[in-house]
Design a protein around this ligand. Structure first.
Ligand code: ADP
Ligand code: ZN
Ligand code: ZN
Length: 732
């Protein structure tokens, strides 16, 4: 009997929950994880070999063969494929698109990749056996070079140049004597030169944290590193990274924002000047991203810094993962595979038996809950690392008794004036970009709305435009009310531009710098602004949360907060959690060095318990009160949720689909299935949106339900609608 033909199961970027079978002559099990080119309908697609089998459910005579197998990049490892399989199961998203989304774009194209090579030199056995006596007596350069190369590794020219600028001539001679060989290897990642730093003495609390986490190397453990702003979490990371590198491991560090990576890369390069560091984020050019991905995948880059997508980086010697600012919402991917990178990191740590450290001054309530119930190990840093740096005093300005003028109260203006006189910086935090969140007619109540979204248009006075922040629609500013003809339209509320104007009016001499997504849109402008702030070239900063995250501005001693109250009456049950985190974070910018800091919050509710706890810097107290509220209301983390979303041109179409989905739900006890409803933002970019919420007290029950439900959902007719499932949704 002839042996059955080998069949490869291929992951393709096709949104159906199955793999595709192809004949696989000449392909072996070692090739699992490699990319292939296959015919698909009239097109050709790139996919990844997931498995090899001999009995397909399809007639082998009808299967088409794999057209090409790419051996230019390392195969996706068993570990990574296992992680991707898990994510596909857990988030109920098809495996093919899950796998393909983990690859950098360059590896998703149907052509081989070009790898940049560079010369490197390596000592031969003869070279390794050289003694100092074999070198000329007065040749410090040669000695330095020999020392550098004694590890027997291949060293790139750039690395040798660090030991000896005249290395070229020397290695050439050594090659001719048979002491060294020249080879080609992938070029080192491009990096600007840095000056090495000297690690500071750890504080006792940092020391304890480093020791406790270091004992967990080689096994899975999740740590929640809760450290107040300025407590020196970064220094803890640096020491842990050093420990992991010493063991020969690779480290993955996830950060919330692309904006933070250059700064952090600088810190890590100064500490580990000889270690190759890869960065991975969506703002990188395709070729650059590929080079960094490969450096990580081949184990050359020992440290990988990146945003959420880096959680799927291939890391053959992964020894430690760190998620900085783990509470940050940017770790959530909101389309395609909807995942939370922090949770995926924890799962990956479990699968690969390595420790994972989640760091934050204001952990996500879910993480805090996990630390309280023992799933995570809590480590606290309760003091600022720099001995005389105090936490800022937080004061509330009651806007009922003292009305702000053009957004800023008398007391806040006075405080800013005071800092100006003292040559210190102030920051005014406004959580809205643009001039004003609305353009209104106070005669009839009309306000400018987006025709394509259920949202108001934001007035951008600088650009003379009304803009929708949800769909990007823009239109010119109208000058008369379309409803009643009134020509006296007024802005309603305050955005960064308007506060900037108020500041300019009050402080015409001051150097005022606005930092928001509009003013930092150009490449590098934010980096340039940070430099200017550091050099003291700005007196007053006005900006959104861009300013709140992770930056260290030593001259900043005052933070003013405008408009915080709106979160207190938001329908989103996570709004207060976010507000507290944001205020802690932005407040943490004040007085980081030896200068004491002050935070002034304008509010109508100075007695609100959120502000009271904030004044005491009491995250734990706030978390306890929120957890109690969530427990009694039956909200996460006490229930686990998933949301089925549907989008269509007409709301009825979307709701109809969800009603059918509701009827198709398997009957499982412990599941609460709500009725289909409009999304809180019912229309976005011309599309009507509806949703169906399902929840359960246990993750396991929810997953069992979703397993059964999804099969039925794929079988439903879904004409003219798009649907997706969001597991552990951040917003409903
Ligand atoms: P966090 O990330 O916890 O807010 P950082 O890591 O930014 O805090 O540290 C705050 C400041 O303290 C930084 O300026 C840092 O250089 C400094 N620092 C951290 N650890 C030490 C230490 N052990 N000794 C002296 N300074 C330290
Ligand atoms: Zn009107
Ligand atoms: Zn819109």
């Amino acid at each position: 009997m002839p042996s059955a033909p080998l069949i490869a199961r291929i992951a393709l970027d096709i949104p159906v929950p199955r793999l595709f079978d192809y004949l696989a002559p000449g392909i072996s099990r070692e090739d699992i994880g490699l990319r292939v080119r296959v015919p698909f309908g009239r097109k050709e697609l790139v996919g990844v070999i997931m498995d090899l089998i001999t009995d397909s459910s399809h007639d082998p005579h009808k299967l088409k063969p794999v057209l090409e197998i790419y051996r230019d990049a390392p195969a996706l490892s068993t570990e990574l494929l296992r992680l991707l399989n898990f994510c596909s199961d857990y988030y109920h998203y098809p495996l093919g698109p899950t796998v393909m989304a983990a690859l950098p774009t360059a590896l998703r194209r149907s052509r081989s990749i070009q790898i940049k090579l560079a010369s490197a030199w390596q000592l031969t056995t003869a070279g390794l056996n050289l003694g100092t006596a074999d070198l000329p007596a007065h040749a410090p350069a040669q000695r330095a070079l020999l020392d550098r190369m004694r590890d027997g590794q291949a060293h790139a020219g750039a690395a040798l140049a660090e030991s000896c600028t005249s290395y070229r001539g020397i290695v050439k001679t050594w090659v001719s004597r048979g002491w060294a060989i020249q080879i080609s290897q992938p070029a080192r990642l491009r990096a600007d030169p840095v000056t090495a730093d000297t690690p500071p003495q750890l504080t006792p609390a940092q020391q304890v944290a480093v020791e406790q986490i270091s004992t967990a190397f080689t096994s899975y453990q999740a740590f929640l590193l809760h450290g107040i702003t300025g407590s020196g979490k970064t220094e803890v990371y640096l020491h842990l990274v050093a420990a992991a590198l010493e063991r020969g491991g690779q480290v993955l560090l996830l950060v919330p924002e692309i904006n933070l990576t250059p700064q952090l890369t600088g810190v890590f390069r100064a500490r580990f000047p000889h270690t190759e560091i890869a960065t991975l984020h969506s703002g990188m050019a395709e070729g650059e991203r590929l080079a960094h991905w490969l450096a990580a995948a081949e184990g050359r880059a020992r440290i990988v810094l990146g945003t959420r997508l880096a959680v799927f980086a291939q890391l053959p010697q992964l020894a430690l993962m760190i998620v900085d600012e783990e509470h940050d919402s940017s770790f959530h991917q909101q389309d395609g595979l909807r995942y939370a990178a922090r949770d995926v990191a924890v799962m990956r740590a479990q699968q690969q038996c390595v420790p994972v450290v989640l760091g934050s001054a204001t952990p996500a309530l879910e993480s805090w809950h996990n630390a309280r119930n023992g799933r995570y190990t809590l480590i606290s840093l309760n003091q600022r690392a720099i001995a005389d740096a105090r936490l800022p005093a937080i004061n509330l300005l009651d806007t009922r008794s003292s009305k702000p003028e053009d957004g800023l109260s008398h007391a806040l203006l006075g405080a800013i004036r005071h800092r100006l006189a003292a040559g210190q910086q102030s920051l005014v935090f406004v959580n809205r970009r643009g001039y004003s969140p609305a353009l209104m007619c106070f005669e009839c109540g009309w306000s400018a709305a987006c025709a394509r979204c259920s949202a108001k248009l934001v007035l951008h006075l600088r650009e003379r435009q009304l803009r929708c922040h949800h769909c990007g629609h823009t239109e010119p500013v109208v000058h008369a009310c379309p409803a009643c003809g009134n020509i006296d339209l007024k802005p309603g509320g305050f955005g960064t531009q308007r506060i900037e104007d108020t500041l300019i009016r009050h402080f015409p001499q001051a150097r005022i710098l606005r930092v928001d997504r509009d003013s930092t849109r150009k490449k590098n402008s934010w980096v340039d602004m940070q430099r200017a702030i550091h050099k003291g070239e700005a007196d007053i900063l006005v900006g959104t949360q861009l300013l709140a995250k992770g930056h260290d501005f030593p001259r900043l001693t005052l933070v003013g907060v405008i408009n915080a109250d709106s979160a207190l009456y938001s329908p989103d049950f996570r709004a207060t959690e976010r507000l507290f985190a944001q205020l802690m974070q932005v407040g943490g910018r004040a007085g980081r060095a030896s200068e004491a800091g002050e935070v002034l919050i304008q509010t109508q509710f100075p007695d609100h318990h959120l502000y009271r706890l904030l004044q005491r810097h009491d995250y734990a107290g706030f978390a306890a009160s929120l957890l109690a509220e969530r427990a009694s209301a039956g909200f996460p983390p006490f229930v686990h949720q998933a949301v089925l979303r549907a989008e269509a041109n007409r709301l009825d179409t979307a709701l109809d689909f969800l009603r059918k989905a509701h009827d198709a739900a398997p009957l499982i006890t412990g599941i609460t299935l709500f009725d289909p409803t409009q999304a809180s933002m019912a229309r976005k970019a011309g599309v009507e949106r509806a949703l169906l919420l399902v929840q359960s007290p246990t993750r396991k029950t929810l997953q069992a339900f979703l397993d059964g439900w999804m099969t039925r959902l794929y079988a439903l007719k879904a004409n003219n609608i798009r649907w997706n499932l969001d597991v552990d949704p951040l917003e409903i």
